[in-house]
Design a protein around this ligand. Sequence first.
Ligand code: IPD
Ligand code: CA
Ligand code: CA
Length: 267
Amino acid sequence: MHPMLNIAIRAARSAGKVIMQATEQLDKVEIEQKGSNDFVTSVDQEAEQAIIYVIKKAYPDHGFICEESGESGNTASEYQWIIDPLDGTANYIKGIPHFCVSIALKVNGKTEQAVVFDPVRDELFTATKGAGCQFNTYRSRVSKAKDLKGTIVGTGFPFKVKHYKDAYLAIFSDVFDDTADIRRAGSAALDLAYVAAGRLDGFFEIGLKPWDTAAGELLVKEAGGIVTDFTGGHGYVSSGNIVSGNPKVVKALLSKIRPHLTPALSR
Ligand code: IPD
Ligand code: CA
Ligand code: CA
């Protein structure tokens, strides 16, 4: 195993411990609103510090781009860690046991290591660029679906950007017509990990952030899948509009999305 992946796993497990310990006294967790329908807890912040502590100890010269504390460390380094310490905070606050830790390492702008860790189920999804995707100790692969027939597709609702509601629901309706069913589980990083594991045949969401998707993107690619924006391009890195799955599923999803594209969704 690559030594940097090893450190990322150690950091993710350390954050997982912080997160799970706090669930024992969920009423003591402090909750703050940081944006429209967007909350942060003391646990998000403590978990993030636990991750930074582990990585910094091993690699004191690396930089960090974290959801809660922003940029820190050596921001000029070729090594940048992209961290979402708790993806699925809304689930966590409500006591819904579906959330994860997401850690990615970019080297000169390209993601080379990825970890998504579900501390509730003790499920670990990892990838190293060029070396495939692992789910626990097994090799992980995206589903073999040829089109949307019989598929289960994951999505996220645009709850932080509700002005996309009409376009989103039109897309949802057309996707729903052809799939077996749709899931909205509440953790985009886990959704992408589930695509990489073949549990979900595909996934789409509007307006995700780099820390939601950096690790999951490499997992999907190393599991034989692809990630695109709503036009089939690479704009998702800045827009956060994401479609994912095996190439055939992504093609089918894009054909459902295309009639509903607005300028804001075409990037
Ligand atoms: C959120 C989750 C959710 C997605 C949101 C994300 P957070 O991340 O991934 O599934 O729908 O867009 O912001 O805020 O819980 O880290
Ligand atoms: Ca997130
Ligand atoms: Ca988060």
